[in-house]
Design a protein around this ligand. Structure first.
Ligand code: PEP
Ligand code: MN
Length: 355
C-alpha cells in the first residue's frame, strides 16, 4: 500500500533539519513538568514531550500519572508556547489527548508491535487531522513498522512521521536498544517522503551516548530528534540514566554538525560511478564463484558426498576474516559476507543434488 502523506506542518516550528522534540520520559508532577518545559523553552526548544501513560515491562514500576497530567501539558502550551506531545496506546488515551488539545501524538514501541492496538488507535483517530509519530516496534521488523503507519494512514491521517528508537536484543552490550541503522535507512528508501526522527535516549540508554547518536542520525539524513530531557535527571521516576538537563541538551545540539543531505557535485557523481563499477565487478565475480560451486555440487553428487563440509567452511570463514582484517576491514564483517555467500552456495548445490 502506498502511503498518502502530507508534511507534518508543525505550527511555529521551522521545518529545517533537525526538528527537536524534547522533554522528560514521564510527566511526574506539575512542578517537574513546568520546570523542565520552561528550561527547554528557554533553550529554544519548540516541541515538548512527556509520557502521561507509561508502558512498563513489569508491573509495580511508575506507570504514569494518567489523565491528571494532561492539564499540566495544557499549561506548558499556554505558558511557553511550545507544542506538546505524548504517547497513546489505547482509544481512551486518544480521546483524552484530543480533549486536552495535545498537538502531536506518538505510538510507543510496544504498541507498534501489536496490530490490534494500532488499529484501535487508528479507528479512534478517524476524521482527525493531527500529526502522529510511530516508533519502530521493539523487534526488528520493518514490515510491522510500515504496517502500523499504513493502519493510521488508512484512517485518513496524513501528517505522519516515524521514530527510530532501536530494537531490543537478548544480549545487552553498548546500547539499550540496538540501532540497526539499516532498518530506518530501508524505511527511508521505501517511503521517501516520511519524516524520520531518532530517539537517542532509548537507543543508547545512557546519557553519554546521546550526542554521538544524534550526530549519527544527522549524518544519515534523519529529519528530527526526539530526546528525553528532565530538570533533574538523576531524580527521574523513569529512565533516569538516559535523560539530560535542558542545559546539557542545548550544549549537545549546538555541537551537532548538520550536513546538507542532497549532494550533487560532479566529484560525487564520479565517485558514485566508481562504486557502481565495483558493485558490477562484485556481482560478476560472485556469479563466477557460484558456477564453480555448482560444479563442486555435481562432483559431490557423483561421489555421494554431503553438501556441507564443515571443516572447509570454518577454514574459509577464518581465512577470509583474517584476509579482510589485513585489508582494513572488520573481520566479523567479512565473516558475515562469506556466511551469506556460503548460504547461497549451499542453496545452489542443493538444487543440483536434488535434481
Ligand atoms: C518513551 O518514549 O518514553 C517510551 C516509552 O519509549 P519506547 O516506546 O520507545 O520504549
Ligand atoms: Mn523513556
Amino acid at each position: 500500500m502506498e502511503l498518502d502523506l502530507k508534511p507534518l506542518a508543525l505550527t511555529g516550528v521551522e521545518s529545517k533539519r533537525p526538528v527537536i522534540i524534547a522533554g522528560p520520559c514521564s510527566a511526574e508532577t506539575e512542578e517537574q513538568v513546568m520546570t523542565s518545559a520552561t528550561q527547554l523553552a528557554g533553550k529554544g526548544i519548540k516541541i515538548f514531550r512527556a509520557g502521561i501513560w507509561k508502558p512498563r515491562t513489569k508491573p509495580g514500576g511508575f506507570e504514569g500519572v494518567g489523565v491528571d497530567g494532561l492539564p499540566w501539558l495544557k499549561r506548558v502550551k499556554e505558558e511557553t508556547g511550545m507544542l506538546v506531545s505524548t504517547e497513546v496506546a489505547t482509544a481512551k488515551h486518544v480521546y483524552e489527548c484530543l480533549k486536552a488539545g495535545i498537538d502531536i501524538l506518538w505510538v510507543g514501541a510496544r504498541t507498534t508491535a501489536n496490530p490490534f492496538a494500532v488499529q484501535e488507535i487508528a479507528d479512534a483517530l478517524k476524521g482527525v487531522d493531527i500529526p502522529v509519530l510511530v516508533k519502530n516496534p521493539v523487534n526488528p521488523d520493518l514490515e510491522l513498522w510500515i504496517g502500523a503507519l499504513e493502519r493510521i494512514n488508512g484512517a485518513g491521517l496524513k501528517r505522519l512521521g516515524a521514530i527510530h528508537r532501536g530494537f531490543s536484543s537478548y544480549d545487552k552490550k553498548i546500547y539499550r536498544n540496538l540501532p540497526q541503522w539499516h532498518i530506518p535507512i530501508e524505511l527511508r528508501r521505501r517511503i521517501p517522503n516520511l519524516p524520520i526522527f531518532c530517539d537517542p535516549s532509548h537507543i543508547g540508554g545512557k546519557r553519554e551516548l546521546i550526542a554521538p547518536l544524534c550526530q549519527q542520525a544527522m549524518d544519515l539524513g534523519f529529519d528530527g530528534i526526539l530526546v528525553e530531557s528532565h530538570c533533574n535527571p538523576d531524580a527521574a521516576w523513569s529512565d533516569a540514566s538516559q535523560q539530560v538537563t535542558p542545559d546539557v541538551l542545548s550544549y549537545i545540539l549546538n555541537l551537532l554538525v548538520i550536513r546538507k543531505d542532497a549532494q550533487s557535485t560532479e566529484n560525487l557523481n564520479e565517485l558514485r560511478n566508481q562504486i557502481d563499477e565495483c558493485d558490477n565487478n562484485i556481482i560478476e565475480i560472485l556469479s563466477k564463484r557460484m558456477r564453480i560451486c555448482r560444479e563442486i555440487g555435481t562432483f559431490k553428487k557423483e561421489h555421494d558426498m554431503t553438501i556441507l563440509q564443515t571443516v572447509r567452511y570454518n577454514e574459509i570463514l577464518d581465512k577470509r576474516g583474517a584476509q579482510g582484517a589485513l585489508c582494513g576491514m572488520d573481520s566479523d564483517f567479512i565473516k558475515h559476507v562469506f556466511e551469506a555467500i556460503h548460504e547461497e552456495s549451499v542453496r545452489q548445490q542443493m538444487e543440483i543434488i536434488n535434481k
